[in-house]
Design a protein around this ligand. Structure first.
Ligand code: HEC
Ligand code: HEC
Length: 331
């Protein structure tokens, strides 16, 4: 019986046209590959299970916003691939910010954070939102720490970072450690590369097309981004120039990854493309001066859909709260 199912398995694989398990199909363009698992970790913020757990609580912690309403998860909802699906995000007092929220999934792999790269590391990035007036709008780092102390976090920080360690910097470190666990392996494309699964004919045509016309000069490697900053002359946002002030950085943005891109609409830094087909068409025109046929667009979208990975299961944490009295959200 065992022998039979083994033989049937082989026959099934042959019939389905799979390469043998472990073997890379020959049609995959050079440079494309399996989603890496070795997220870089800075030397001064080593990972530990306890730190990740604390970071998870802080990620869901609305005490880090002036209104007591917004957490990181409001705009980077882990139930919806780390985004809010808004054109631009809604924050404090229902204000809209100027840019679309990128996903936090796989963000530990990006060379720099934000569309314009203004934060080098996740640790730097996490210090921004609690004090950003259109996001969480707290008045100061001290105000954020006081909120955490009042909620009951002091002992939790001490257990992770040592005695009397509750601080804004350590808050950011814990959040960054949690974010480094939010990686998405095993997309259909990854299984295909490893000879463990197949993707559709349309997706295979799309896979070849993006290499042929040059999308993968920027969306390069297994992460489908070269992690560089490239001009994208589209819309009024100055991108990197708004950080450096240099003319050569005008309309320069970080090349976004294609990992999970099918699940993170709307697209671009200004959220102006509602569909992936539209984003693909605009990219081809603006970046490569290429007009794609309807069929090419469909094929490329089919390929991009094979890059949706498996999101880690997140158990919603119980957050520290003082027993029997309210936290003060009054302004
Ligand atoms: C009100 C909505 C909002 C809240 C709350 C918020 N973010 Fe964001 N986040 C954004 C937007 C919008 C951007 C892009 C801004 C830009 O590039 O200028 C962003 C960018 C990021 C990035 C960069 C990703 C990349 O690909 O470059 C990370 C990481 C991130 N946020 C994590 C967090 C964390 C951690 C928190 C909580 C401490 C948080 N965010 C709170 C809206 C929000
Ligand atoms: C010259 C470099 C370059 C080339 C070539 C290029 N892209 Fe991009 N791509 C970028 C940059 C930079 C961004 C970020 C745009 C922004 O800031 O709004 C991006 C963003 C995208 C997005 C939106 C991602 C998101 O999360 O909003 C998609 C989809 C995309 N590219 C697909 C393609 C396709 C398909 C091709 C080929 C037809 C292509 N790109 C060619 C640089 C490039």
């Amino acid at each position: 019986m065992k022998l039979f199912s083994y033989a049937a398995g082989i026959l099934f694989c042959l019939a389905a046209g799979f390469a043998q398990a472990g073997e890379r199909p020959a049609d995959i363009p050079e440079g494309m590959g399996v989603m890496p698992s070795n997220v870089p970790v800075p030397a001064d913020n080593p990972m530990s299970a306890a730190k990740v757990e604390l970071g998870k609580k802080l990620y869901f912690e609305s005490a880090l916003s002036k209104s007591g309403h917004f957490s990181c998860n409001s705009c980077h909802n882990l139930g919806t691939w780390g985004v809010d699906n808004q054109v631009t995000s809604i924050g404090h007092k229902w204000q809209r910010g100027g840019r679309n929220a990128p996903t936090v999934l796989n963000s530990g792999f990006w060379s720099k954070q934000f569309w314009d790269g203004r934060a080098p590391l996740l640790e730097d990035q996490a210090k921004g939102p609690p004090l950003n007036p259109v996001e969480m709008a707290l008045d100061s780092e001290a105000a954020a720490v006081a909120r955490l102390q009042n909620a009951g976090y002091s002992a939790e920080f001490d257990a992770v970072f040592g005695k009397h360690s509750i601080s804004y910097d350590n808050m950011a470190k814990a959040i960054a450690a949690f974010e480094r666990t939010l990686n998405t392996p095993d997309a259909p494309f990854d299984l295909y590369v490893q000879g463990k699964g197949d993707i559709s004919k349309a997706a295979k045509r799309g896979m070849k097309k993006v290499a042929e016309i040059g999308c993968t000069s920027c969306h390069a490697g297994p992460l489908f981004t070269n992690n560089q900053f490239m001009p994208f002359r589209y819309g009024s946002d100055e991108g990197l120039k708004s950080v450096t002030g240099k003319d050569e950085d005008d309309h320069v943005f970080r090349v976004q990854s294609w990992r999970n891109v099918a699940m993170t609409a709307p697209y671009f830094h200004n959220g102006s493309a509602q569909t992936l087909a539209e984003a693909v068409t605009i990219m081809a025109k603006v970046q490569l001066d290429t007009r794609l046929s309807k069929r090419d667009v469909r094929d490329i979208v089919a390929f991009l859909e094979t890059l949706t990975g498996v999101v880690p299961t997140i158990t919603y944490p119980q957050l520290p709260r003082p027993a029997g009295h309210a936290l003060d959200w009054r302004e």
